[in-house]
Write a protein that binds this ligand. Structure first.
Ligand code: ASP
Ligand code: ASP
Length: 357
């Protein structure tokens, strides 16, 4: 699609104690690692990526996103606020395959499917044949053979959803987070939530704060924002958790070392959790010193941020580390709006993919 895919870090590959920091490692060389998609299959998938499957944000076209947001707005108004139940997906099954823990994404897909008349089928991976060594591909093909029309997949490995999309015949595959690669539905609900409050244009400044290198949420948000024409994107966080300069240039973002200055410029601050499970190395800072150096504290918010700054966090939050309780629950916080909009966006995604073919 001509767009540059942001570098991917394989959680499993780089996530062992003693591995070099994100900065030392460089990520470009690790892009897709041994899982590099086969060219012909990938290009075939890319053509359909925004239509039949939702695998990433890099394949999304602006027009598709705008239509999705319009659909989500309507479903929110009529369905969630107006109490209307829909039957667009009556008789369909949505398989929820979560190989990693989740509260919000899993529950909101469950609710979204139900509100559209579909039946969600949760596969308890911990109690499934996956534990007996069944591969992702075999699990996916099995569920499709039973009649699952949708497969919502969260997995610890980058490109897991893409792997699944290559083996299904008709089902729609939705990436609900794959390793440190992408989390497209989170980015769509985040940007939708921003767009409800502010006009998305080149005057807006976004700041992503924290564990940038391992954040699939940041990667998907940045790609989506760039597709929608947002230009001012800053990142800040511990140097060992931020990708090297030249990679950030590819992302089209600026690394800022003076956090207070970055906060003063930002219209939207995305606070990120330190995703230790994705890197495996101990955090080079204690929770207290992390908060002091990089936390969005109430004091920082009051002293440096714009009065109408919007504060985002994808959850789960480490309250008292990357964000203070007063900030998370305060008037600038959009955290619960993000969660609420997750249902509308996921309804719109299911409906749009269903209508696509
Ligand atoms: N946003 C996360 C999710 O994808 C939060 C959580 O797991 O609780 O579900
Ligand atoms: N819930 C988000 C994710 O699944 C963010 C996080 O885990 O910190 O990537």
């Amino acid at each position: 699609m001509g767009k540059k895919q942001l570098p991917v870090r394989h959680a499993r590959e780089s996530g062992h104690p003693g591995s070099r920091s994100v900065r030392e490692q460089g990520l470009d060389s690790r892009l897709h690692g041994n899982d590099k998609p086969q060219k012909n299959l990938n290009s075939k998938l890319e053509v359909h990526a925004a239509a039949r499957h939702l695998l990433d944000t890099v394949s999304l076209k602006k027009e598709w996103v705008i239509r999705l947001f319009e659909e989500a707005k309507r479903l929110k108004k009529e369905g969630i606020e107006g109490g209307k139940l829909f039957d667009d997906l009556k008789g369909q099954h949505a398989g929820l395959l979560f190989f990693e823990p989740s509260t919000r994404t899993k529950a909101s897909f469950h609710i979204a499917a139900t509100r559209l008349g579909a039946d969600p089928v949760t596969v308890e991976v911990a109690f499934s044949s996956v534990q007996k060594g069944e591969s992702l591909e075999d699990t996916v093909m099995t569920l499709e053979a039973m009649g699952c029309h949708f497969l919502v997949i969260r997995h610890g490995e980058a490109l897991a959803a893409e792997k699944a999309a290559r083996v299904v015949k008709k089902a729609h595959v939705i990436n609900a987070g794959d390793g440190a690669h992408e989390h497209p539905t989170q980015a769509l609900l985040d940007v939708f939530t921003v767009a409800e409050r502010k006009a998305l244009n080149s005057n807006l400044t976004f700041l992503f704060l924290g564990d940038i290198g391992y954040s699939r949420v940041t990667r998907s948000n940045v790609q989506l924002l760039r597709t929608l024409g947002v230009k001012n994107i800053l990142v800040a966080g511990p140097p060992s958790l931020v990708p090297p300069e030249e990679e950030l240039k590819n992302w089209g973002v600026t690394y800022v070392t003076d956090l207070n200055k970055a906060l003063a410029q930002a219209d939207i601050v995305h606070v990120l959790r330190v995703q230790l499970e994705r890197h495996g190395q101990p955090l080079p800072l204690t929770p207290g010193s992390y908060r002091e150096a990089y936390g969005l504290t109430q004091e920082r918010l009051k002293k440096y941020c714009k009065k109408d700054v919007l504060v985002f966090h994808p959850g789960p939050m480490n309250v008292g580390v990357e964000i203070d309780r007063e900030v998370a629950d305060g008037p600038n916080s959009c955290v619960l709006e993000q969660v609420a909009n997750g249902v509308a966006i996921r309804m719109a995604i299911l409906k749009t993919l269903h209508a696509s073919c």
